[in-house]
Design a protein around this ligand. Structure first.
Ligand code: GLU
Length: 322
């Protein structure tokens, strides 16, 4: 590192902490997504930072504007006010395509392999004629793409696009889960970043937006931890500023260990009693207790005493109703 002689050089000034909450509006907030919002809010505010809201609605089949609106109503009711304008990823498809066609271009290629043909390929690799019916979806998710199309120079407009992820270990420190090493090529292979119908992959859009929004602190659910090295390499290849601090929160689970999620019908939160809900969520996050008061005052107290320590090393928290 070269040292500058100019003490006012901006590169030496501390970066403003910026965090975010980035829900996919495929349903209403439940206790699991609420704790992610609350933890990222209290944590970044305890650092004197800004908290942004980004609606991750690139998956037009599963996302619904009604859910986006309800999420915002609920956040407001709980006093979780975001800074600046809300960003909708569905309005930013041109931006993601610009990155694909510029800085990411050397790493990207068109692909014509269908799920079925890949399942057949993997079946043969495993010494089977073909996979049993219905098993190919599951298999595809667990196998690395064999790069059949990497040199085929297929038309980008009419094919899905894959991104070549690096084949080496990337290390990063997670403020909750500890030191992590991931090889993105091993975990994801050459992942599809744009479907044939133009739909942009979640982690590509999130990486570009985290960079463009100058996010310094990412605090999110543990389910996204396996994608983090891929995100780091996408941000690097896109020449975007990197994330300084990662935190992957333990998942909120039912008593039987199953993650609370829309898929397994987690109850939407009810913000009719916002103070009781905040108290419950803070307890779940193992924070020091706060007095029941207005949401604004409870959050002030929660911010002042915010502490990541009780969450460290944990992968799950029990969110079952008492
Ligand atoms: N949109 C993702 C979700 O709702 C969160 C992504 C992120 O925080 O990076 O699960």
């Amino acid at each position: 590192m070269t040292l500058t002689h100019n003490p006012t050089d901006l590169s030496l000034t501390k970066r403003q902490p910026v965090g975010r909450f980035a829900p996919s509006p495929t349903g209403e907030l439940h206790l699991g997504s609420l704790t992610t919002a609350l933890a990222s809010f209290c944590h970044i505010k305890s650092l004197g930072g800004m908290w942004r809201l980004r609606i991750e609605d690139t998956d037009t089949e599963r996302c619904d504007q009604q859910f986006s609106e309800q999420i915002m109503i609920d956040l407001e009711a709980l006093g979780l006010h975001w800074d600046g304008d809300v960003i909708y990823q569905s309005e930013r498809i041109d931006i993601y395509n610009d990155y694909l066609f510029s800085s990411l271009r050397p790493l990207t290629y068109g692909c014509q392999c269908s799920r079925k043909s890949l399942a057949h390929y993997w079946g043969q690799q495993n010494g089977q004629d073909k996979y049993p019916q219905d098993s190919h979806k599951q298999q595809v998710a667990h196998q690395r793409y064999p790069r059949c199309c990497v040199d085929a120079e297929l038309d980008w407009q009419t094919h899905k696009l894959r991104l070549q992820l690096p084949n080496h270990r990337i290390g990063f420190i997670d403020g909750i889960q500890g030191v992590q090493w991931q090889n993105p090529q091993h975990t994801l292979g050459d992942m599809v970043v744009r479907r044939q119908d133009g739909m942009i992959n979640y982690i590509l859009a999130a990486s570009i937006d985290d960079g463009l929004q100058d996010i310094s602190h990412v605090m999110r659910g543990l389910d996204i931890l396996p994608l983090t090295a891929a995100q780091i390499s996408i941000m690097h290849a896109s020449k975007l500023p990197s994330i300084d601090h990662w935190y992957h929160l333990p998942l909120i689970c039912h008593a039987d260990g199953q993650k609370l999620s829309k898929q397994n019908l987690a109850q939407p939160i009810d913000t009719q009693h916002p103070s009781a809900l905040l108290k419950q969520a803070l307890q779940l996050l193992q924070q020091p207790s706060v007095d029941i008061d207005t949401p604004a005052r409870m959050l002030q107290q929660a911010i002042a005493q915010w502490d990541n320590t009780p969450l460290q090393g944990k992968q799950a928290l029990n969110g079952s109703e008492p």
